[in-house]
Ligand binder design. Structure first.
Ligand code: BG6
Length: 594
């Protein structure tokens, strides 16, 4: 997820482009760049944040320009990979947000036709394709070029000698800001709100042709009219897309994040990383290391891998592993880290590499240290996560773990097919949980009145109970513990009572009956119980105080829908208590010290 902008008018474009880009940094901030058309196109870009670029860039004269702030997906953050990207002549410049899935094929073809590529990005194929098809009509050349592109894109094209901007979108947001003797194009409303509140939303397959005093929208070659909207939001509200907090926005982004993350791992059978788990090397075990919420993903990875690949898997805290952990030559290690910068994880990687172990990283940040010092990287596609408490990045990590395991799974083909189908249906299932937010928020209000809460479950949902407790602790300042339901009787029972509610996650799997027993034991000690159960379950409702229903999914996917309930419980409890949800006290998004 990057931020793109365009300006055409009577004022100098450079300062306007830079201030619009600053408003879009919540979409990505690992590099930035602008291109301005004066007598010719001048480009200034680097692997720096917009404010730094602003200070360093020389004056670029011209009243037409485009700009970009990046969240790297293909090619590490660097000057050469930063946008805008140009064609061989330097006369066509493009900024892009999205992912071009067939860029390698296009690149090979264009290279064989004499085009010279300088970056590692998927985007660079676009200006070269436009150059290939340009015969005096820029819109036509853009339309023809885009017919060859597979994937998602929002682009803005600037061309020397053409006093216009051409914009196009497919599966990535793009808006036009309507001004007076000037117009704007941007990924999202926050970018332009300092200049205008009149906005036109482009739809998929629309092509916008924007000049200083005219806006034309074409669709499949035909000119159409798009409605103009008046935006009443403040810039900050707009950055949150109307949600009150980044955390709630990021929770609601999860159906798209699941689609984006599994969408990249095209084929089922093509391993996303070389686990090399069976046959020649006879690996003994697998070790998954992480911290915080990512550690709970590691624990879930243990259940997923053991269930599908049938080998022993250890999940350990990186901070503990660094002082105690052992591996053998026949261990395979995966580290999970959203930021790719958590010190404890980096220390573990360095030690493992010194011991000659191969390490695979699952990370959300292209170019992060973890992605550079490991043998293989599996990127999650959660986009930038602003809220300190991890939500969408966690769900994306689970998608990566399912994808890592499936090609190596030792299950029969019919089961494999049903799991693949189940994965593809997950975005819809998660949306169903989000649609049930009102019920979850009511239960959260009950929790917000207490200072101690237990989360319990068994089997593959035990790590979800841990994550539920961590989320509540992180943002609502309520003391919470996640526990294996079978463990309560070995101590925590002493803490139960009417002041200590219990959230019980009850999955339709081999732990179901045991969970019913544990809930009866908890009720016998007068704790109020909120149960998270699958639609169609009648038995649990009779035993507990409140029920949160989740859609039916295969048991191995139940942690995904149950986790979204945990996230919303914590969010609404924290909101009820007036806590600073996005930036809780004493915490940081990435802890780069041991
Ligand atoms: C903490 C964050 O600092 O680090 C958590 O607040 C996160 O949300 C943890 O889970 C681990 O971070 P990462 O980037 O290694 O997954």
């Amino acid at each position: 997820m990057c931020g793109i902008v365009g300006y055409i008018g009577e004022k100098q474009a450079q300062p306007i482009l830079l201030s619009c880009l600053c408003r879009l940094e919540y979409r990505g901030y690992d590099s930035s760049g602008i291109a301005v058309l004066g007598s010719d196109i001048e480009v200034y870009k680097d692997a720096v944040r917009v404010r730094v670029l602003e200070k360093a860039s020389p004056p670029l004269i011209g009243a037409i320009g485009i700009g970009h702030t990046r969240w790297a997906t293909h090619g590490e953050p660097s000057l050469v990979n930063a946008h805008p990207h140009c064609d061989c002549t330097g006369k066509i410049a493009v900024v892009h947000n999205g992912i071009i899935n067939n860029f390698q094929k296009l690149r090979q073809k264009l290279t064989s036709e004499g085009h010279n590529f300088i970056s590692e990005t998927d985007t660079e194929v676009i200006p070269h394709l436009i150059e290939k098809y340009y015969e005096g009509d820029l819109e036509k050349a853009v339309e023809t070029a885009l017919r060859e592109v597979e994937g998602s894109y929002a682009i803005i094209v600037l061309m020397a000698g053409e006093p216009k901007l051409v914009a196009a979108r497919k599966d990535s947001p793009l808006i036009i800001g309507v001004g007076d003797r000037e117009n704007f194009i941007a990924s999202d409303v926050p970018a332009i709100l300092d200049y205008t509140s009149r906005v036109i939303y482009l739809e998929d397959d629309d092509i916008g042709v924007v000049t200083t005093d005219n806006i034309k929208v074409r669709r499949h070659g035909v000119e159409i009219k798009r409605k103009e909207h008046k935006i009443l939001w403040s810039v900050e509200d707009a950055q949150k897309a109307g949600y009150e907090h980044f955390m709630l926005k990021e929770i609601h982004e999860q159906p798209k994040v699941i689609r984006d993350t599994i969408g990249v791992y095209v084929s089922m059978t093509e391993p996303v990383a070389d686990l090399a788990l069976q046959g020649d090397t006879g690996l003994e075990d697998m070790l998954i290391l992480a911290c915080g919420t990512s550690y709970h993903a590691a624990l879930l990875g243990k259940y997923i891998m053991e269930e599908l690949i049938k080998i022993p898997v250890r999940a350990e805290l990186a901070s503990e592993f660094n002082y105690w952990g052992r591996t053998s030559a026949r261990s395979r290690t995966i580290v999970i880290t959203q930021s790719g910068e958590t010190a404890d994880v980096l220390k573990a990687i360095k030690r493992l590499r010194e011991e000659g172990r191969r390490v695979i990283a699952i990370t959300n940040v292209v170019g992060s240290t973890a992605s550079r010092i490991t043998d293989q990287v599996v990127y999650t596609r959660a986009g930038p996560e602003i809220s300190v408490a991890a939500t969408k990045s966690f769900i994306a990590q689970l998608m990566a773990l399912y994808w890592l395991a499936l090609p190596y799974s030792k299950i029969d083909i019919r089961r494999l097919d049903s799991l693949i189908m189940g994965l593809r249906q997950l975005p819809g299932k998660v949306q169903q949980v989000l649609d049930n937010e009102a019920v979850i928020s009511e239960c959260a209000k009950q929790l917000s009145r207490h200072q101690d809460v237990f989360f319990i479950s068994r089997g593959i949902n035990f790590p979800v109970a841990l994550e539920g407790a961590l989320k509540l602790k992180e943002i609502s300042y309520i003391h919470a513990e996640g526990y294996g339901a079978g463990e309560l009787k070995h101590g925590p029972f002493s803490l139960l009572g009417s002041d200590t509610p219990v959230v019980a996650i009850v999955a339709q799997d081999n732990t179901y009956e045991a969970m019913l027993t544990n809930i009866r034991e908890v009720k016998a000690r007068r704790s109020p119980v909120i149960a998270v159960v699958e639609e169609g379950d009648e038995a649990v409702g009779e035993l507990v105080d409140s029920v949160i229903l989740v859609p039916q999914v295969d048991a191995i996917f139940s942690p995904v829908v149950n986790t979204v309930v945990m996230q919303l419980l914590a969010y609404h409890a924290a909101k009820q208590r007036g806590c600073p949800v996005d930036f809780p006290r004493n915490l940081a998004k990435s802890v780069t010290v041991e």
